[in-house]
Write a protein that binds this ligand. Structure first.
Ligand SMILES: Nc1ncnc2c1ncn2[C@@H]1O[C@H](COP(=O)(O)OP(=O)(O)OP(=O)(O)O)[C@@H](O)[C@H]1O
Ligand SMILES: [Mg+2]
Length: 285
């Protein structure tokens, strides 16, 4: 066992939206005593899966510091994010990156892709010269299968959704973060871009050592990429474990239900237990 602190921990995190106050209205309990841990010594991909409204994005935004916890804490490499020093926070912002569902929202429509990348290189001091900056940027774009010459001079609206999504990944790659929080990164792209992005994640894990929090409503993509799987239902964890084990032997009816909503079973090995499952569900177990 490692004595290092976890790379990232969410410790009994609860998030309540609204509610309370003098009239004691009931708020929405978006996340209820939620915990997770990413190991410090080897990169891993942890998937958080659940249906719409189960609290997935809330968990992602709490990690990214876009929301604050109602109770509980987020701890990055042993340091609670709520009490980080300025320099720790700067490091955290570089080391924990996001890839979101709709990358268009992340872009300033008035800036070309080139500007986005140059800003990243400059503000994080990634290169010592213009030539080095250029090389890093081109390398990052090529990593996600984009041609620098065709991409850098464009504005966000001149790119397809899949290209914008890959640029977000290239931006994250450039920063060599420790963690990428990916909230439904493939739900709005077509099948070929989806499989490309799903292949890039394990490659980033292996080649660069990046860990992922992969958030999805779709168990088949979670199965494809993740090492560990957490099933969320109405803000609560109903099941967690090694992805293979959860999928092979789902314990909770809700997990079975999510598996049942997978559209097309892959005939190779993947969903061998699926027919039994359908029978279980039909029998009401
Ligand atoms: N800013 C907010 N104010 C009030 N309620 C919110 C807010 N954000 C989320 N919620 C509520 O918290 C719950 C969890 O929402 P969340 O966005 O985390 O779900 P999700 O699992 O990401 O769903 P989806 O798959 O649709 O993206 C929902 O009931 C939602 O309505
Ligand atoms: Mg969401």
């Amino acid at each position: 066992m490692s004595t290092q602190p976890a790379l990232l921990e969410m410790r009994s995190v609860t998030k309540m939206f609204g509610g309370g106050g003098l009239r004691r209205t009931r708020g929405t309990l978006a996340l209820d005593e939620f915990s997770l841990s990413l190991p410090p010594d080897e990169p891993s991909i942890v998937a958080i899966a659940g249906e719409s409204g189960s609290g997935k994005t809330t968990a992602a935004q709490l990690v990214l510091g876009l929301l604050t916890t109602t109770t509980g804490e987020i701890v990055y490499r042993g340091r609670p994010t709520a009490s980080m020093s300025r320099s720790e926070r700067t490091a955290f912002r570089r080391e924990v990156q996001a890839i979101l569902q709709d990358p268009y929202e992340a872009y300033n429509p008035f800036y070309k892709v080139e500007h986005v990348f140059n800003t990243v290189v400059r503000s994080f001091g990634l290169a010592h010269s213009v030539a080095e900056a250029r090389r890093l940027i081109e390398q990052a774009l090529e990593f996600v299968g984009l041609r620098p010459a065709e991409t850098l001079g464009r504005y966000p609206h001149q790119l397809s959704g899949g290209q914008r999504q890959r640029i977000m990944i290239a931006r994250a790659f450039l920063l060599k973060p420790r963690i990428i929080v990916a909230d439904e990164p493939v739900s709005k792209v077509d099948a070929s871009i989806r499989s490309m992005i799903l292949e890039i994640m394990p490659r980033l894990k292996q080649v660069v050592g990046i860990s992922f929090l992969y958030i999805t409503h779709d168990l088949s993509t979670a199965y494809q990429v993740s090492d560990d799987l957490i099933i969320l239902h109405r803000g609560r964890v109903v099941e967690r474990g090694k992805t293979q084990e959860v999928i092979d032997r789902p314990q909770h009816a809700y997990t079975k239900l999510l598996m049942n909503s997978i559209p097309v079973p892959d005939p190779d090995v993947r969903w061998q237990g699926r027919l039994d499952l359908l029978e279980d569900i039909a029998a009401g177990t």
